[in-house]
Design a protein around this ligand. Structure first.
Ligand SMILES: O=C[C@H](O)COP(=O)(O)O
Length: 251
């Protein structure tokens, strides 16, 4: 049985004071971590406030990015080693915004995945096609290629424990959600890709999120799909009431 995982991805929208207020507002109404994992991915500058206020609660903490080296002369980068020391649980990598605006390559994303595991953290690896790719009927091969590249040289045990987020770029922040069937179809492709690269046992364990305009109104329908084990949520994760409705989708 895969434990559902709903992760808010705040992107560059919150400051430490807002972070503290948010956590205080949600911390007592979060689901048991064995029922649903509730995660917030926050900018590095907000992580201390997030970790401090989440102490003793069921909230898990993710960074929105990290570098693939542990330490050294890499001005402006965030060390995965330090994230682990701080108490972070997950790191989001390969988000389409990072691929598009910061030109992150598949190779760098794979190096980051290795660095995250090396430091005892877990990656949430994002993939997803543009509208152009979808309209050219190439979404499946695009996602298969991204997943294959991101998982290169990871062990079966590592892949069994990580999270893959399928986020069609055309559905991010647009209010245009992929239909539950469209989301399920490509999440199924992600699982098949893992089965092809590893085996069915690994594919059965890997958790796959859908992301792209997920909100309280559509979360149940998405989560009812066989291959969708969670959501990576932007806009709707910024407001405590809506975040709580998302993580408590099965109540
Ligand atoms: O990481 C989250 C996604 O980019 C989705 O963002 P959104 O829920 O605002 O569409």
């Amino acid at each position: 049985m895969r434990t559902p995982i709903i992760a808010g991805n705040w992107k560059m929208n919150m400051n430490p004071e807002q972070t503290a207020e948010f956590v205080k507002a949600v911390k007592n109404d979060l689901p048991e971590t064995t029922k649903v994992e509730a995660v917030i991915a926050a900018p590095a500058v907000d992580l201390p406030a997030l970790l401090e206020n989440a102490k003793g609660s069921n909230l898990k903490v993710a960074a929105e990015n990290c570098y693939f080296e542990d330490a050294g002369a890499f001005t402006g980068e965030t060390s995965p080693k330090v994230l682990k020391e701080m108490g972070v649980d997950y790191v989001v990598i390969g988000h389409s915004e990072r691929r598009d605006y910061f030109h992150e390559t598949d190779e760098e994303i794979n190096k980051k995945a290795h660095a995250i595991f090396r430091n005892g953290l877990l990656p949430i690896i994002c993939c997803g096609e543009s509208l152009e790719t979808r309209e050219a009927n190439k979404a499946e091969e695009w996602v298969e290629r991204q997943v294959t590249a991101a998982l290169k040289d990871l062990s079966a045990a590592q892949v069994s424990s990580l999270v893959i987020a399928y986020e069609p770029i055309w559905a991010i922040g647009t209010g245009k959600t992929a239909s539950a069937d469209q989301a399920e179809e490509i999440c199924g492709v992600v699982r098949k890709t893992v089965a092809k690269l590893y085996d069915e046992t690994v594919a059965e364990k890997v958790r796959i999120q859908y992301g792209g305009s997920v909100k309280p109104a559509n979360v149940k329908e998405l989560m009812a799909k066989e291959n969708i084990d969670g959501g990576l949520v932007g806009g709707a994760s910024l407001v405590p009431e809506s975040y709580l409705q998302l993580v408590n989708f099965n109540k």
